[in-house]
Design a protein around this ligand. Sequence first.
Ligand SMILES: *[C@@H]1O[C@H](CO)[C@@H](O)[C@H](O)[C@H]1NC(C)=O
Ligand SMILES: *[C@@H]1O[C@H](CO)[C@@H](O)[C@H](O)[C@H]1NC(C)=O
Ligand SMILES: *[C@@H]1O[C@H](CO)[C@@H](O)[C@H](O)[C@H]1NC(C)=O
Ligand SMILES: *[C@@H]1O[C@H](CO)[C@@H](O)[C@H](O)[C@H]1NC(C)=O
Ligand SMILES: *[C@@H]1O[C@H](CO)[C@@H](O)[C@H](O)[C@H]1NC(C)=O
Ligand SMILES: *[C@@H]1O[C@H](CO)[C@@H](O)[C@H](O)[C@H]1NC(C)=O
Ligand SMILES: *[C@@H]1O[C@H](CO)[C@@H](O)[C@H](O)[C@H]1NC(C)=O
Length: 803
Amino acid sequence: MAISKLLFLLLLFLPFLSADVVPSDIYLLSCGSSSNSSFFNRVFVGDSLKPAPGFLVAGRSVAVSNRNPPPDSTSLYHTARVFTRASSYKFNLKKNGTHLLRFHLSPFSALEFDLHSANFTISANGLLLSNISHVNDSVIKEFIVRIDANVLEIEFEPVSGLGFGFVNAIEVFSAPKELITDNGAKLVDSNGVREYYKLTSQVLETKYRINVGGSKLTPLNDSLWRTWVPDEPYLVIKSAAKLASTFQAPYYQASGATREDAPDIVYMTAQQMNKDITVLGAKFNLTWKFPLDSNGMKYLVRLHFCDIVSFALNQLYFNVYINGYPAYRDLDLSSLSSRLLTPFYFDFIVDSDGSGNIQISVGPSDLSSSLGYNAILNGAEIMEMVRPRGMFSETEKKKRNSWVIVGPIVGGFVGLCLVFAAILALVCKRRKKPTPRRAESAGWTSVQAYAGGSSDSKLSRGSTLASFGPNGYHNLKIPFTEIQSATNDFDESLIIGSGGFGMVYKGVLRDNINVAVKRGVPGSRQGLPEFHTEIAILSKIRHHHLVSLVGYCEEQSEMILVYEYIEKGPLKKQLYGSVVSPLSWKQRLEICIGAARGLHYLHTGFAQGIIHRDIKSTNILLDESFVAKVADFGLSRSGPRLDETHVSTGVKGSFGYLDPEYFRRQQLTDKSDVYSFGVVLYEVLCARPAVDPLLDREQVNLAEWALHWQRKGMLEKIIDPHLVGKINPSSLKKYGETAEKCLADYGIDRPTMGDVLWNLEYVLQLQIELPIEPSEPVDVNESNFPTSTATHPSDLRRHSDEG
Ligand SMILES: *[C@@H]1O[C@H](CO)[C@@H](O)[C@H](O)[C@H]1NC(C)=O
Ligand SMILES: *[C@@H]1O[C@H](CO)[C@@H](O)[C@H](O)[C@H]1NC(C)=O
Ligand SMILES: *[C@@H]1O[C@H](CO)[C@@H](O)[C@H](O)[C@H]1NC(C)=O
Ligand SMILES: *[C@@H]1O[C@H](CO)[C@@H](O)[C@H](O)[C@H]1NC(C)=O
Ligand SMILES: *[C@@H]1O[C@H](CO)[C@@H](O)[C@H](O)[C@H]1NC(C)=O
Ligand SMILES: *[C@@H]1O[C@H](CO)[C@@H](O)[C@H](O)[C@H]1NC(C)=O
Ligand SMILES: *[C@@H]1O[C@H](CO)[C@@H](O)[C@H](O)[C@H]1NC(C)=O
């Protein structure tokens, strides 16, 4: 274990790992050349080699070369192919999906042709990419195009009969799967900010790629061989900005950017507000202006961020504007990952402004304290959306992974490293000193604790649980002195958990009631409104399957919440901890049903619904009789109002359980809880963690692994060995299907918690009706449910409604 950890750590810091991931399609051509040329360590194959590599097909073209190449110019640019008629190159593709196409144009004067005066178009599979004329300097034109075809034909066509086209080099390669996605981009204009869905079907031409606060990066520094340039020339007021940089490599997390989105070094430098030039607490924006020649086009603006300037979480809140329109308000990067130094990018779709520029500004938000005013930007990319013309496959295909991994072992390690990085981040976070959270609109804490553990005392339910009088929750008040004595003055040995807000202690109240005591960092009053919100919400929640609030304390600048203590602790421990006797299938189903009831109540039972946000097997506690109780509402928040469909929010939750749609779109609905619950369902069946970095790569993520077997109809291959032969096949089938539906890619396709509940009850009935476990004889006639196998969940629902 220790050795493999070390191995992971080592691999984690090997910077070239991402370079081991190679695109499945990759063609590099040196045009007009009868030899190979090397360009930034890559070999470009001469298109005039003998025997011919065979990419050049129809048309009429000649190879030309520069007789007097400038000294220290790259040999790649000493030759070119000149097209005097429409001519094409053809490339066989292995993968559909997004590809990068690059055309190197470096004009020179050859005997018959002055390449500067070329006038031609470039198309890809009949789609016009670019009109090119008057190439005065070397340029690399880069296009990001989705190609769903087995062959890519790139055509160069002179504009008139006397004109000609040319190219020095061509790059074609498949892009990583997540480079361009259909979810998450926001359209920003005078009408506000809206979702934009069809990004992958757009043809994008790169206009700017900026390493803000850093130096020029060459293809050697980038796993997709991109070039990044410094931002200085585009800063409107240079003195307003101050460089920021770090030596620490960024922490990539599942919710954020990947190494392929931008190299580490882009995230390790930034520009921030130069606070030396003005009085303390003055607010101003940093603005960059990018000239674009064409009007009336739409642009993809991809902004890269990584908080390298803060010393603690929730210090940096800033606004992002594009062309003066608010694009992202109150951006708190640390809240997106509960971690500093985590890279993120955000995609915005904008028009150029009236004068053909794009302006990007960042400035401090009102949520930051005056001392903390700051704003950063680490990188920016601006891509023009080329108007598609001609035929092009617009079919809405599911995106496919167009990358292959060199060697499954290396690939596995890459995956594992990412997983491990995330886990490491979590572990570090837990060890860190508690940091007070500044006001986020709701949710006082992000506690990772559970009110569990092994204890011999029992909670006599209802005895001290306060009742609610006409004074609301005020009779839940507990004097600080009582909490002090209950926790032996916050004895460290009684700590059973910790979170961003502070510690959780086990305590015993005067009447011998065991409690879990959650204490905010003393003296920090910043979360006061949230503390009140949490009490207000929790005090209204009373449910057999939800952990109850016993009381709270708010005196001597303390903010403390007191919960009932739950005997057997987290479900996780009972599933694959060092348990004495494994839970039976029926017990597990009853636990799932209980938890589902609790969640169903949260979603529908309370005024506007509450979204838990952190459903996982450590947050489902079991009491002395294995009754499930959902715990830890630290991340919960009120759901959308009736007139809204979602809550926009920073992504929170736990690795392995997070709804993928939620982290793409950052919109919270109760279907995010359904997703997490689906992971718990598979966890209960397979008795293994949601994420297990020590397993083979394809097994690391339980959701993926279980869905793989579910879809093959062979779920029984991966179930807990203790359950083998004990589950009725129809019960297992229904259970697997229910979990699968919870894990649907889109929230809209997932069942509600109510549906999940009915389905689980049906699963239980199927098990009871057709028992396999001989130890559980069941008299079918005693069952309240119809015995016919034609029982339909809707029958069950009707039945339950009656009962
Ligand atoms: C050119 O490069 C290709 C691909 O790397 C290689 O297969 C070929 O042998 C090289 N040819 C020459 C003449 O160097
Ligand atoms: C190229 O030129 C043609 C005709 O001049 C025009 O219709 C087309 O929109 C142009 N396309 C691009 C990508 O500039
Ligand atoms: C390119 O060709 C088009 C169409 O013949 C013409 O309108 C345009 O002026 C030409 N551009 C150059 C730079 O020659
Ligand atoms: C190239 O130079 C010509 C003439 O000097 C100019 O008209 C043209 O706009 C320039 N082209 C570019 C792309 O800068
Ligand atoms: C890519 O898409 C095309 C057209 O939809 C299809 O004919 C082809 O089989 C696909 N190729 C692969 C490798 O999936
Ligand atoms: C970019 O790569 C080159 C060659 O590997 C290296 O010398 C240089 O330091 C790198 N630049 C940065 C900013 O990392
Ligand atoms: C920053 O720019 C935006 C958009 O132009 C503007 O609304 C805002 O007032 C500016 N903030 C400051 C502090 O100047």
